[in-house]
Design a protein around this ligand. Structure first.
Ligand code: FE
Ligand code: FE
Ligand code: ZN
Length: 286
């Protein structure tokens, strides 16, 4: 199975891949820059080249780049939206250097403008970014399913579908990257989808509303809160309200076979190493 965790990008790409191998991971996620925003370090081409050959030799990937979580493409202020747009464009340009990477982002918060307005802002922004790119980005762009805290967009599968459809309607096919979804287990649980009691039903619902062919990655997190809490507090696997048996069903579900799983639990590296071993032990044929 493809399993890994969120890693610090402070040492560069090769260091992340080496760290991944040292903890038993074959995929990893990282922030494209300081998660609070700000300027990214210039890309070190030698580091990227060393990473690419190391990743190929060690079977690492796909890697998942996570946009800074403070970006808000649906913000009420032009300054906030412009910052999100410039940052995502820059992130996608940099990711052209690491083929096969995927890019995940939080759709945004409409901050009282209403979901309709928020979705209009986000999808408009994506279409401008793709138009400015000069060609279709080779990095798949994933909308993350959100817990629905505050005014978050992507709080249910219908909003995710709306984001996908309207981005496609605005951005001509020849400008678009692959558009997909990253399903966060803590977020959908907190959003009210009962992946503990009815995983089959939730996945059937996802397939009906969004399409399982759109699902490209799983964020694997337990939750500190009960079903439908709309809180978004990640817990270690097996220590929260989702629980180990649900994760056993998740990693073995035929509809999720082959997808990469990324842990974003409150763990240090040693904790992630143990959690990767735990999750791997749940898989029936890994
Ligand atoms: Fe996220
Ligand atoms: Fe997540
Ligand atoms: Zn979260």
């Amino acid at each position: 199975m493809k399993i890994g965790c969120h890693l610090s990008s402070s040492g560069g790409y090769l260091a992340m891949a080496q760290t991944a191998v040292s903890i038993g991971a074959n995929v990893f996620q990282f922030f494209t820059r300081n998660p609070r925003g700000g300027a990214a370090k210039p890309v070190d081409k030698a580091d990227v080249a060393a990473f690419c050959s190391y990743a190929a030799e060690n079977g690492i990937g796909p890697i998942l780049a996570h946009a800074p979580y403070t970006l808000n493409a649906a913000g009420a202020e032009a300054r906030v939206r412009e910052f999100a747009e410039a940052t995502m464009l820059d992130d996608l340009r940099r990711l052209e250097l690491t083929p096969g990477a995927m890019y995940n982002f939080h759709p945004g918060s409409h901050v009282g403008q209403g979901a309709e307005k928020g979705i209009e802002l986000v999808t408009g922004m994506l279409s401008r970014i793709f138009a400015a790119f000069g060609k279709a980005p080779s990095t798949a762009v994933l909308f993350e399913t959100m817990s629905g805290k505050g005014s978050e967009l992507g709080r249910d599968f219908e909003e995710i579908r709306e984001l996908l459809d309207r981005t496609e309607a605005l951005a001509p096919a020849e400008t678009r990257p692959v558009l997909g979804v990253c399903l966060d287990t803590c977020h959908v649980w907190d959003g009210g989808y009962d992946i503990v009691g009815d995983l089959d039903g939730v996945l059937a619902e996802f397939d009906r509303v969004v399409g399982l062919n759109r699902l490209k990655a799983i964020h694997m997190n337990d939750s500190m809160n009960p079903l439908g809490a709309h809180k978004d507090r990640h817990e270690k696997i097996g220590k929260g309200h989702i629980g180990l048996e649900a994760f056993r069903r998740i990693v073995n579900h035929p509809k999720l076979a082959g997808l990469p799983f990324y842990l974003e639990t409150p763990c240090d590296l040693q904790g992630y190493k143990e959690e990767i071993a735990l999750v791997s032990s749940l898989a029936e044929n890994s």
